[in-house]
Structures are given as C-alpha cells and as structure tokens.
Write a new protein. Structure first.
Length: 140
C-alpha cells in the first residue's frame, strides 16, 4: 500500500512540475502542440492518482498499525477534502477546448492544489519508514 501511495504522490508532483514548465511557455492554446497533448496527459494521470488517495492512506495507517489512529483519520478527512477540491479544479481545466499557459498558471496558483501538494508532502514524510531513535533502542 505504501508503494501505491508513493506512486500516486510522484504522479501528482510530476504533473505539477510539468504544468509549471507549461505555464512558463506563454502558450495561448494547447491545440496542435506536443506540449498541449502532454499537459492533458499529465492532468489526466493526476486525476487518477488523486481519486481515492484518502482511502489509500487510511488503509496504509491500518496496515502499519499507526497510533493514535483517530489523528490520522482526522487528517485524511482534510486530505480527502483537498483532493476533491483539486479534482474539481483539474476537471474544469480539462473541460476547456483550449488550455493556455495562463490557465495552467492559475491552476498551479490555486489554493486547492497547493493545499493538496502540502498534504502529500506531510503524508509521504509520515508514512515512509521511520528510523527508531537510538535513545529508544538503548533504553530498554
């Protein structure tokens, strides 16, 4: 489950990085451009990675036996809300007949997408294997 979450996080981060570069190109449309096909592809992959992310994290917490479980679930409710808001924003962009650099720049600036990215940084840091501090190992 942790591998799946890492793959989802990487996919979302790669999309964000690509869209930053796309926004910097100053394109008026994605029509007839390789970058346009790519931006739509990255956004579609991000949609798939975002959908169900909260449930995947909740399952990982249960599998790892992390405690106190209610703290994790409270945060995953926030993650889920940020994911739904980001999905709505990305779907709105994808529904447009032309995706300009300015539109993508506004998507990147969206507080919803930024909140999701920050959530992902926090989750990935918490769920990755943690080293046990030496003072805990030696205090037995």
């Amino acid at each position: 489950m942790l591998t799946e979450i890492c793959v989802r996080c990487d996919t979302i981060e790669e999309c964000y990085e690509f869209t930053l570069a796309y926004a910097a190109q100053g394109l008026s449309s994605d029509q007839g451009r390789q970058a346009g096909d790519e931006v739509r592809g990255y956004l579609h992959r991000a949609l798939k990675a975002i959908a169900g992310l909260g449930e995947s994290c909740a399952t990982a917490v249960k599998e790892k036996g992390l405690q106190p479980e209610e703290r994790y679930h409270a945060f995953f409710a926030v993650l889920d809300r940020d994911a739904r808001d980001s999905l709505a924003a990305i779907e709105l962009v994808l529904a447009q007949p032309a995706i300009s650099s300015q539109l993508v720049d506004n998507l990147n600036a969206s507080i919803h997408l930024r909140a999701l990215l920050t959530d992902l940084f926090l989750v990935s840091e918490i769920l990755k294997p943690q080293a046990v501090p030496a003072r805990l190992v030696n205090s037995g």
